[in-house]
Write a protein that binds this ligand. Structure first.
Ligand SMILES: C[S@@+](CC[C@H](N)C(=O)[O-])C[C@H]1O[C@@H](n2cnc3c(N)ncnc32)[C@H](O)[C@@H]1O
Length: 281
């Protein structure tokens, strides 16, 4: 477990993932019944952008900092509003910390909703618990997120969102993530699942998508965003998210959001995005 999210907090992949997560969360809250948010790979929840790790890579400067200072249109601003509200800084110069997925969810939570956060790293779980603070709506557990997914789905609320955001340190992560998601989906087919992935190995990504479709997943929207042209053996420049059972409007909204990310975060002509429903063809 060597992966440290602190190096990447607030980068283009975080902006992409968290802005879409916040949008989905915002829709889920429009129904007047409780919901559960399960984060299988939570991280520490809040990242100091002055830390050695964040300063060393400076990735957040090309991610959240750029979005905060972008001249967003009214439509774009409305769609990013839940995310930007959760980030809580009016402009890049006010940004000192960046919230991870647990804190974004915590900030969006109503009193009737519940959060289950899983983090396996022995040190990070303590940091996560500290960053969450005392909040009876939230449980941060030192547990394998894939095991938790098996145990806690379907939630008592019968309604909610699962984020699966593993570190992709092991070669079989795509297969493990797909298997865990499919087991949960079989038990709870109406849950909303968001599965993050690095879109680097196109063969692995194709196989991952095919695994979900072949197992009978019905409504899965795939979104990818690339910040710049890829170079061989270079850093990650393309990121993806599979949304199972997303709100109907998200396809159109995501088109506006990803086109804004391309415009304001994209470097050179290599920036691109793609949105498609997963299907057998
Ligand atoms: C990509 S980071 C999570 C980032 C977080 N979801 C966010 O968006 O702010 C992945 C995290 O998963 C943790 N992790 C690795 N394997 C795990 C497992 N099997 N179960 C739970 N957490 C795990 C790592 O320690 C790391 O903090």
């Amino acid at each position: 477990m060597n992966y440290r999210h602190a190096f990447h907090a607030g980068n283009f992949a975080d902006v992409f993932k968290h802005a879409l997560l916040a949008r989905v969360f915002d829709y889920a809250k429009r129904k007047d019944t409780p919901l559960r948010y399960l984060d299988t790979h939570a991280g520490i929840g809040l990242y100091d952008l002055q830390s050695d790790e964040a300063q060393r890579t400076g990735e957040w400067r090309d991610g959240i900092a750029r979005l905060l200072d972008a001249p967003l249109s009214e439509d774009e601003r409305a769609l990013f509003a839940p995310y930007l509200w959760a980030v809580g800084a009016p402009s890049a110069k006010d940004l000192t910390v960046y919230p991870g997925s647990p804190l974004i969810a915590q900030r969006m939570l109503r009193s009737m909703d519940r959060l289950t956060l899983c983090e396996l790293h022995p040190k990070d779980i303590g940091l996560l618990q500290n960053n969450i603070g005392r909040d009876r709506r939230v449980k941060a557990l030192h547990i394998d997120g894939y095991m938790a997914l098996k145990a806690y789905v379907p939630p008592v609320e019968r309604r909610g969102i699962v984020l699966i955001d593993p570190p992709f340190e092991s070669r079989d992560e795509f297969a493990v993530m797909a298997k865990a998601c499919l087991q949960a989906y079989a038990k709870w087919p109406i849950g909303q699942y968001l599965l993050w992935y690095p879109a680097k190995d196109t063969v692995a990504v194709k196989e991952f998508h095919a695994t979900l479709v072949d197992a009978g997943v019905k409504r899965a929207l795939n979104l990818e965003f690339q910040i710049e042209a890829a170079v061989e053996d270079g850093p990650l420049v393309r990121t993806g998210l599979v949304m199972i059972n997303p709100p109907f409007v998200i396809e159109e909204e995501a088109r506006v959001m990803l086109s804004a990310l391309q415009k304001y975060l994209g470097r050179n002509r290599g920036s691109a995005f793609q949105i498609n429903w997963l299907s057998r063809d």
